[in-house]
Design a protein around this ligand. Sequence first.
Ligand SMILES: Cc1cc2nc3c(=O)[nH]c(=O)nc-3n(C[C@H](O)[C@H](O)[C@H](O)COP(=O)(O)OP(=O)(O)OC[C@H]3O[C@@H](n4cnc5c(N)ncnc54)[C@H](O)[C@@H]3O)c2cc1C
Length: 377
Amino acid sequence: MNIIILGGGFGGLAAANELRANLPSDVNITIIDRKDYFMMDLVKLWIIKGTRKFETSKRPLQSVAKKGIDFVNEAVTLIDTQKKLVRTATKELPYDYLIVALGVELAPEKISGLSDNGLILYDLEHGPRIRERIVSIKSGKIAFAITGMPYKCPPAPYEAALIIDSMLREMGTRDSVSIDFYSVGPITLPAAGPDVSKQLLDMLESQGIKFHGSCKTVSVEQGSLKFEDGSSAQFDLLIAVPPHQAPKVVHEAGFAPQGQFIPVRRDCKTQFQNVYAIGDVTNMLVTEKIAVPKAGIFAEGQGVAVARDIISQIKREKSDSVFDGKGGCFVEMGDTAGYVYVDMFADPNPITRLDKPAPEHLVEKEIFEQERIRKWL
Ligand SMILES: Cc1cc2nc3c(=O)[nH]c(=O)nc-3n(C[C@H](O)[C@H](O)[C@H](O)COP(=O)(O)OP(=O)(O)OC[C@H]3O[C@@H](n4cnc5c(N)ncnc54)[C@H](O)[C@@H]3O)c2cc1C
Protein backbone atom coordinates (compact mmCIF):
# COMPACT_ATOMS: atom_id res chain seq x y z
CA MET A 1 0.00 0.00 0.00
CA ASN A 2 1.26 3.48 -0.89
CA ILE A 3 0.41 6.73 0.85
CA ILE A 4 1.78 9.78 -0.94
CA ILE A 5 2.02 13.21 0.62
CA LEU A 6 2.54 16.18 -1.70
CA GLY A 7 4.48 18.86 0.20
CA GLY A 8 6.90 18.47 3.09
CA GLY A 9 5.82 21.60 4.94
CA PHE A 10 3.90 21.98 8.18
CA GLY A 11 0.88 19.87 7.19
CA GLY A 12 2.73 17.23 5.18
CA LEU A 13 5.31 16.54 7.90
CA ALA A 14 2.66 16.33 10.64
CA ALA A 15 0.59 13.86 8.58
CA ALA A 16 3.59 11.72 7.58
CA ASN A 17 4.82 11.37 11.15
CA GLU A 18 1.38 10.46 12.53
CA LEU A 19 0.95 7.85 9.78
CA ARG A 20 4.43 6.34 10.29
CA ALA A 21 3.96 6.08 14.05
CA ASN A 22 0.74 4.09 13.63
CA LEU A 23 1.10 1.94 10.53
CA PRO A 24 3.21 -1.18 9.84
CA SER A 25 6.31 -0.95 7.64
CA ASP A 26 4.63 -2.64 4.64
CA VAL A 27 2.65 0.59 4.19
CA ASN A 28 4.92 2.91 2.18
CA ILE A 29 4.75 6.57 3.11
CA THR A 30 6.35 9.03 0.68
CA ILE A 31 6.73 12.80 0.87
CA ILE A 32 7.37 14.68 -2.39
CA ASP A 33 8.71 18.24 -2.19
CA ARG A 34 10.63 20.39 -4.65
CA LYS A 35 12.57 21.92 -1.74
CA ASP A 36 15.14 19.76 0.01
CA TYR A 37 14.72 21.43 3.39
CA PHE A 38 12.13 22.45 5.96
CA MET A 39 12.21 25.77 7.75
CA MET A 40 9.24 27.29 9.49
CA ASP A 41 8.08 30.50 7.86
CA LEU A 42 8.16 32.25 11.24
CA VAL A 43 11.97 32.12 11.08
CA LYS A 44 11.76 34.66 8.21
CA LEU A 45 10.87 37.29 10.80
CA TRP A 46 13.88 36.32 12.94
CA ILE A 47 16.10 36.69 9.84
CA ILE A 48 14.84 40.29 9.52
CA LYS A 49 15.40 40.76 13.27
CA GLY A 50 18.94 39.42 12.91
CA THR A 51 18.65 36.65 15.52
CA ARG A 52 18.63 33.81 12.96
CA LYS A 53 20.24 32.82 9.68
CA PHE A 54 18.63 30.71 6.96
CA GLU A 55 21.66 28.40 6.67
CA THR A 56 21.53 27.39 10.34
CA SER A 57 17.72 27.26 10.65
CA LYS A 58 16.82 24.93 7.77
CA ARG A 59 16.69 21.15 8.25
CA PRO A 60 17.13 18.54 5.49
CA LEU A 61 13.84 16.86 4.54
CA GLN A 62 15.87 13.74 3.73
CA SER A 63 16.04 13.23 7.55
CA VAL A 64 12.57 11.66 7.41
CA ALA A 65 14.22 8.58 5.83
CA LYS A 66 15.65 7.55 9.21
CA LYS A 67 12.06 7.12 10.43
CA GLY A 68 11.03 4.97 7.47
CA ILE A 69 9.40 7.75 5.44
CA ASP A 70 10.57 8.02 1.81
CA PHE A 71 11.46 11.44 0.44
CA VAL A 72 11.44 12.43 -3.23
CA ASN A 73 13.08 15.80 -3.86
CA GLU A 74 11.32 16.78 -7.07
CA ALA A 75 8.48 19.05 -8.17
CA VAL A 76 5.08 17.44 -8.63
CA THR A 77 4.11 18.02 -12.27
CA LEU A 78 0.85 16.06 -12.50
CA ILE A 79 -1.79 14.63 -10.16
CA ASP A 80 -3.92 12.04 -11.96
CA THR A 81 -6.86 11.19 -9.71
CA GLN A 82 -8.37 8.79 -12.30
CA LYS A 83 -5.28 6.60 -12.64
CA LYS A 84 -4.40 7.29 -8.98
CA LEU A 85 -0.83 8.39 -9.62
CA VAL A 86 1.44 11.36 -9.25
CA ARG A 87 4.17 12.42 -11.66
CA THR A 88 7.44 14.26 -11.19
CA ALA A 89 10.12 14.91 -13.84
CA THR A 90 11.62 11.43 -13.40
CA LYS A 91 9.01 9.37 -11.55
CA GLU A 92 5.48 8.06 -11.74
CA LEU A 93 4.21 7.08 -8.30
CA PRO A 94 0.91 5.22 -7.78
CA TYR A 95 -1.06 5.90 -4.61
CA ASP A 96 -3.78 4.26 -2.55
CA TYR A 97 -4.19 7.40 -0.44
CA LEU A 98 -3.05 10.90 -1.40
CA ILE A 99 -2.66 13.97 0.82
CA VAL A 100 -2.28 17.30 -0.97
CA ALA A 101 -0.35 19.69 1.27
CA LEU A 102 1.23 22.00 -1.32
CA GLY A 103 0.67 25.33 0.46
CA VAL A 104 0.30 28.57 -1.51
CA GLU A 105 2.14 30.36 -4.30
CA LEU A 106 2.95 34.03 -3.88
CA ALA A 107 1.67 36.09 -6.82
CA PRO A 108 3.23 39.61 -6.64
CA GLU A 109 2.82 39.86 -10.42
CA LYS A 110 -0.92 40.34 -9.87
CA ILE A 111 -0.23 43.89 -8.62
CA SER A 112 1.37 46.03 -11.30
CA GLY A 113 4.72 47.47 -10.19
CA LEU A 114 4.86 45.62 -6.87
CA SER A 115 7.94 43.50 -7.57
CA ASP A 116 9.88 46.46 -8.99
CA ASN A 117 9.07 48.92 -6.22
CA GLY A 118 8.62 46.89 -3.04
CA LEU A 119 10.14 44.10 -0.99
CA ILE A 120 8.08 40.98 -0.34
CA LEU A 121 7.83 40.11 3.35
CA TYR A 122 7.15 36.39 2.77
CA ASP A 123 9.91 35.92 0.16
CA LEU A 124 12.86 34.18 1.79
CA GLU A 125 15.37 36.03 -0.42
CA HIS A 126 13.92 39.42 0.50
CA GLY A 127 14.39 38.89 4.28
CA PRO A 128 18.10 39.87 4.37
CA ARG A 129 17.35 42.80 2.00
CA ILE A 130 14.60 44.08 4.30
CA ARG A 131 17.04 43.83 7.22
CA GLU A 132 19.73 45.75 5.30
CA ARG A 133 17.28 48.54 4.52
CA ILE A 134 16.04 48.74 8.14
CA VAL A 135 19.52 48.94 9.64
CA SER A 136 20.59 51.63 7.17
CA ILE A 137 17.48 53.84 7.17
CA LYS A 138 18.02 57.12 9.02
CA SER A 139 14.71 58.84 8.25
CA GLY A 140 11.67 58.45 5.99
CA LYS A 141 8.47 56.50 5.55
CA ILE A 142 8.06 52.74 5.81
CA ALA A 143 4.81 51.37 4.39
CA PHE A 144 3.44 47.88 4.95
CA ALA A 145 0.78 46.68 2.51
CA ILE A 146 -1.45 43.61 2.67
CA THR A 147 -2.56 43.42 -0.95
CA GLY A 148 -4.79 40.36 -0.99
CA MET A 149 -6.83 38.03 1.20
CA PRO A 150 -6.55 35.32 2.34
CA TYR A 151 -2.84 35.32 3.18
CA LYS A 152 -0.64 33.14 5.40
CA CYS A 153 -0.59 33.73 9.15
CA PRO A 154 -2.83 36.81 9.49
CA PRO A 155 -0.86 38.32 12.43
CA ALA A 156 2.57 37.90 10.76
CA PRO A 157 2.72 41.24 8.87
CA TYR A 158 1.80 43.07 12.09
CA GLU A 159 4.50 41.12 13.94
CA ALA A 160 6.95 42.25 11.25
CA ALA A 161 5.90 45.89 11.75
CA LEU A 162 6.24 45.58 15.55
CA ILE A 163 9.65 43.85 15.24
CA ILE A 164 10.90 46.55 12.86
CA ASP A 165 9.53 49.21 15.21
CA SER A 166 11.65 47.81 18.05
CA MET A 167 14.73 47.50 15.80
CA LEU A 168 14.43 51.18 14.89
CA ARG A 169 13.97 52.13 18.56
CA GLU A 170 17.12 50.21 19.48
CA MET A 171 19.06 52.00 16.75
CA GLY A 172 17.69 55.38 17.81
CA THR A 173 16.09 56.14 14.44
CA ARG A 174 12.43 55.46 15.24
CA ASP A 175 11.54 59.14 15.83
CA SER A 176 12.51 60.06 12.29
CA VAL A 177 10.96 57.01 10.57
CA SER A 178 7.18 56.66 10.25
CA ILE A 179 5.48 53.25 9.92
CA ASP A 180 2.10 53.05 8.18
CA PHE A 181 0.12 49.91 7.56
CA TYR A 182 -2.26 49.64 4.57
CA SER A 183 -4.54 46.60 4.44
CA VAL A 184 -7.17 45.47 2.00
CA GLY A 185 -9.15 44.31 5.07
CA PRO A 186 -11.35 46.77 6.97
CA ILE A 187 -9.87 45.82 10.37
CA THR A 188 -6.54 44.32 11.41
CA LEU A 189 -7.63 40.66 11.70
CA PRO A 190 -11.02 40.17 10.02
CA ALA A 191 -11.09 36.39 10.69
CA ALA A 192 -10.45 36.97 14.41
CA GLY A 193 -13.33 39.46 14.73
CA PRO A 194 -13.67 43.08 15.89
CA ASP A 195 -12.57 42.66 19.54
CA VAL A 196 -9.25 40.96 18.84
CA SER A 197 -8.71 43.32 15.89
CA LYS A 198 -9.17 46.31 18.22
CA GLN A 199 -6.70 44.84 20.72
CA LEU A 200 -4.13 44.39 17.95
CA LEU A 201 -4.85 47.92 16.70
CA ASP A 202 -4.15 49.20 20.23
CA MET A 203 -0.84 47.30 20.25
CA LEU A 204 0.13 48.92 16.94
CA GLU A 205 -0.98 52.40 17.97
CA SER A 206 0.86 52.13 21.30
CA GLN A 207 4.04 51.87 19.22
CA GLY A 208 3.06 54.70 16.87
CA ILE A 209 2.23 52.42 13.92
CA LYS A 210 -0.75 53.81 11.95
CA PHE A 211 -3.24 51.32 10.52
CA HIS A 212 -5.27 52.20 7.40
CA GLY A 213 -8.04 49.68 6.59
CA SER A 214 -9.95 48.99 3.35
CA CYS A 215 -7.01 50.13 1.22
CA LYS A 216 -7.04 47.92 -1.86
CA THR A 217 -3.70 48.35 -3.63
CA VAL A 218 -4.17 48.32 -7.40
CA SER A 219 -0.66 49.28 -8.44
CA VAL A 220 2.69 50.42 -7.10
CA GLU A 221 4.87 53.11 -8.62
CA GLN A 222 8.27 54.30 -7.45
CA GLY A 223 7.66 55.58 -3.91
CA SER A 224 3.87 55.43 -4.16
CA LEU A 225 1.04 52.97 -3.49
CA LYS A 226 -2.11 53.49 -5.59
CA PHE A 227 -5.45 52.41 -4.12
CA GLU A 228 -8.72 51.43 -5.77
CA ASP A 229 -10.55 54.56 -4.57
CA GLY A 230 -8.03 56.77 -6.41
CA SER A 231 -6.07 57.78 -3.30
CA SER A 232 -2.35 57.07 -2.87
CA ALA A 233 0.30 56.83 -0.14
CA GLN A 234 3.98 57.72 -0.35
CA PHE A 235 6.82 55.56 0.95
CA ASP A 236 10.59 55.28 1.01
CA LEU A 237 10.48 51.55 1.77
CA LEU A 238 7.55 49.28 0.93
CA ILE A 239 7.24 45.88 2.63
CA ALA A 240 4.34 43.98 1.09
CA VAL A 241 2.34 40.80 1.46
CA PRO A 242 1.45 39.86 -2.14
CA PRO A 243 -1.73 38.10 -3.29
CA HIS A 244 -1.67 34.33 -2.68
CA GLN A 245 -2.94 31.59 -4.99
CA ALA A 246 -3.09 27.80 -5.07
CA PRO A 247 -0.24 26.06 -6.95
CA LYS A 248 -0.88 25.51 -10.68
CA VAL A 249 -0.71 21.71 -10.44
CA VAL A 250 -3.76 21.83 -8.14
CA HIS A 251 -6.12 23.49 -10.62
CA GLU A 252 -4.67 21.45 -13.51
CA ALA A 253 -5.81 18.34 -11.62
CA GLY A 254 -9.34 19.74 -11.32
CA PHE A 255 -9.44 20.37 -7.56
CA ALA A 256 -10.47 24.03 -7.99
CA PRO A 257 -10.55 26.75 -10.67
CA GLN A 258 -7.27 28.54 -11.45
CA GLY A 259 -5.71 30.22 -8.44
CA GLN A 260 -8.50 29.16 -6.08
CA PHE A 261 -7.97 26.99 -3.02
CA ILE A 262 -9.34 23.46 -2.63
CA PRO A 263 -12.74 23.50 -0.94
CA VAL A 264 -12.88 21.03 1.97
CA ARG A 265 -14.99 20.37 5.04
CA ARG A 266 -13.59 19.42 8.44
CA ASP A 267 -12.75 15.89 7.25
CA CYS A 268 -10.42 17.41 4.58
CA LYS A 269 -11.75 15.01 1.93
CA THR A 270 -11.70 16.27 -1.66
CA GLN A 271 -14.11 15.31 -4.44
CA PHE A 272 -11.71 12.53 -5.45
CA GLN A 273 -11.67 9.11 -3.80
CA ASN A 274 -9.01 8.65 -1.12
CA VAL A 275 -7.61 12.12 -1.80
CA TYR A 276 -7.37 14.64 1.04
CA ALA A 277 -6.21 18.26 1.07
CA ILE A 278 -4.81 20.03 4.13
CA GLY A 279 -3.28 23.34 5.18
CA ASP A 280 -2.85 26.54 3.20
CA VAL A 281 -3.87 24.96 -0.12
CA THR A 282 -7.44 24.54 1.19
CA ASN A 283 -10.45 26.74 1.73
CA MET A 284 -12.28 25.38 4.80
CA LEU A 285 -15.28 27.56 5.49
CA VAL A 286 -16.45 28.07 9.07
CA THR A 287 -19.33 30.39 8.17
CA GLU A 288 -20.37 31.76 4.81
CA LYS A 289 -17.81 34.55 5.17
CA ILE A 290 -15.13 33.17 7.49
CA ALA A 291 -12.62 30.46 6.56
CA VAL A 292 -10.04 28.70 8.74
CA PRO A 293 -6.98 31.02 8.60
CA LYS A 294 -3.88 29.90 6.75
CA ALA A 295 -1.55 28.98 9.62
CA GLY A 296 0.92 26.21 10.34
CA ILE A 297 -0.84 25.20 13.54
CA PHE A 298 -4.02 24.52 11.55
CA ALA A 299 -2.16 22.71 8.75
CA GLU A 300 -0.66 20.51 11.49
CA GLY A 301 -4.07 19.82 13.08
CA GLN A 302 -5.56 18.94 9.71
CA GLY A 303 -2.58 16.71 8.86
CA VAL A 304 -2.99 14.72 12.08
CA ALA A 305 -6.79 14.44 11.64
CA VAL A 306 -6.42 13.12 8.08
CA ALA A 307 -3.66 10.70 9.10
CA ARG A 308 -5.93 9.27 11.83
CA ASP A 309 -8.75 8.82 9.33
CA ILE A 310 -6.46 6.93 6.95
CA ILE A 311 -5.05 4.82 9.80
CA SER A 312 -8.60 3.83 10.86
CA GLN A 313 -9.52 2.90 7.31
CA ILE A 314 -6.43 0.74 6.85
CA LYS A 315 -7.00 -0.94 10.22
CA ARG A 316 -10.70 -1.28 9.39
CA GLU A 317 -11.70 0.61 12.52
CA LYS A 318 -14.51 3.13 12.82
CA SER A 319 -13.30 6.67 12.14
CA ASP A 320 -14.79 9.99 13.06
CA SER A 321 -11.56 11.95 12.80
CA VAL A 322 -12.14 15.57 11.81
CA PHE A 323 -10.12 18.75 12.30
CA ASP A 324 -10.98 20.35 15.67
CA GLY A 325 -10.31 23.95 14.55
CA LYS A 326 -8.28 24.83 17.63
CA GLY A 327 -4.93 26.59 17.64
CA GLY A 328 -3.09 29.83 18.06
CA CYS A 329 -0.47 32.17 16.71
CA PHE A 330 2.10 34.38 18.40
CA VAL A 331 2.29 38.14 17.86
CA GLU A 332 5.91 39.05 18.49
CA MET A 333 6.98 42.58 19.42
CA GLY A 334 10.49 43.39 20.60
CA ASP A 335 11.36 41.10 23.51
CA THR A 336 7.79 39.94 24.16
CA ALA A 337 4.92 38.33 22.29
CA GLY A 338 1.13 38.27 22.48
CA TYR A 339 -0.80 35.10 21.66
CA VAL A 340 -3.96 34.81 19.57
CA TYR A 341 -6.02 31.76 20.65
CA VAL A 342 -8.61 30.48 18.19
CA ASP A 343 -11.38 27.86 18.35
CA MET A 344 -12.87 28.12 14.86
CA PHE A 345 -15.68 25.60 15.29
CA ALA A 346 -16.82 26.57 18.80
CA ASP A 347 -20.59 26.51 19.22
CA PRO A 348 -22.39 28.78 18.38
CA ASN A 349 -19.63 31.10 17.09
CA PRO A 350 -15.85 30.94 16.65
CA ILE A 351 -13.90 31.99 19.76
CA THR A 352 -10.82 34.21 19.44
CA ARG A 353 -8.78 35.78 22.21
CA LEU A 354 -5.58 37.85 22.24
CA ASP A 355 -3.43 37.33 25.32
CA LYS A 356 -1.42 40.39 26.33
CA PRO A 357 2.26 40.50 25.28
CA ALA A 358 4.52 38.69 27.76
CA PRO A 359 8.16 37.53 27.55
CA GLU A 360 7.00 33.92 28.22
CA HIS A 361 5.14 33.85 24.90
CA LEU A 362 8.36 34.63 23.03
CA VAL A 363 10.03 31.67 24.74
CA GLU A 364 6.96 29.53 23.88
CA LYS A 365 7.30 30.58 20.23
CA GLU A 366 10.87 29.27 20.11
CA ILE A 367 9.78 26.05 21.83
CA PHE A 368 6.91 25.74 19.31
CA GLU A 369 9.48 25.62 16.50
CA GLN A 370 12.06 23.41 18.21
CA GLU A 371 9.57 20.78 19.43
CA ARG A 372 8.18 20.24 15.95
CA ILE A 373 11.59 20.01 14.31
CA ARG A 374 12.61 17.38 16.88
CA LYS A 375 9.37 15.42 16.40
CA TRP A 376 9.13 15.59 12.60
CA LEU A 377 12.71 15.40 11.30
C1 LIG B 1 6.39 35.28 8.08
C2 LIG B 1 5.46 34.16 8.45
C3 LIG B 1 5.28 33.82 9.79
C4 LIG B 1 4.42 32.78 10.15
N1 LIG B 1 4.26 32.48 11.48
C5 LIG B 1 3.45 31.47 11.83
C6 LIG B 1 3.28 31.14 13.21
O1 LIG B 1 3.85 31.77 14.10
N2 LIG B 1 2.44 30.11 13.51
C7 LIG B 1 1.78 29.40 12.54
O2 LIG B 1 1.05 28.47 12.88
N3 LIG B 1 1.92 29.70 11.23
C8 LIG B 1 2.72 30.70 10.86
N4 LIG B 1 2.87 31.01 9.52
C9 LIG B 1 2.07 30.32 8.49
C10 LIG B 1 2.64 28.95 8.15
O3 LIG B 1 3.99 29.04 7.77
C11 LIG B 1 1.85 28.31 7.01
O4 LIG B 1 0.48 28.47 7.25
C12 LIG B 1 2.20 26.82 6.92
O5 LIG B 1 3.51 26.66 6.45
C13 LIG B 1 1.23 26.06 6.03
O6 LIG B 1 1.59 24.73 5.98
P1 LIG B 1 1.30 23.85 4.67
O7 LIG B 1 1.77 22.49 4.99
O8 LIG B 1 -0.10 24.04 4.24
O9 LIG B 1 2.19 24.54 3.53
P2 LIG B 1 3.76 24.78 3.50
O10 LIG B 1 4.34 24.68 4.87
O11 LIG B 1 3.95 26.03 2.74
O12 LIG B 1 4.30 23.54 2.66
C14 LIG B 1 4.02 23.38 1.30
C15 LIG B 1 5.17 22.61 0.67
O13 LIG B 1 4.79 22.22 -0.67
C16 LIG B 1 5.93 22.34 -1.50
N5 LIG B 1 5.46 22.47 -2.89
C17 LIG B 1 4.65 23.42 -3.42
N6 LIG B 1 4.42 23.18 -4.72
C18 LIG B 1 5.10 22.04 -5.04
C19 LIG B 1 5.22 21.24 -6.21
N7 LIG B 1 4.62 21.54 -7.37
N8 LIG B 1 5.99 20.13 -6.14
C20 LIG B 1 6.61 19.77 -4.99
N9 LIG B 1 6.51 20.48 -3.85
C21 LIG B 1 5.76 21.60 -3.87
C22 LIG B 1 6.66 23.54 -0.98
O14 LIG B 1 8.02 23.51 -1.36
C23 LIG B 1 6.44 23.44 0.52
O15 LIG B 1 7.51 22.80 1.19
C24 LIG B 1 3.73 32.06 9.15
C25 LIG B 1 3.92 32.39 7.79
C26 LIG B 1 4.77 33.42 7.45
C27 LIG B 1 4.97 33.73 5.98
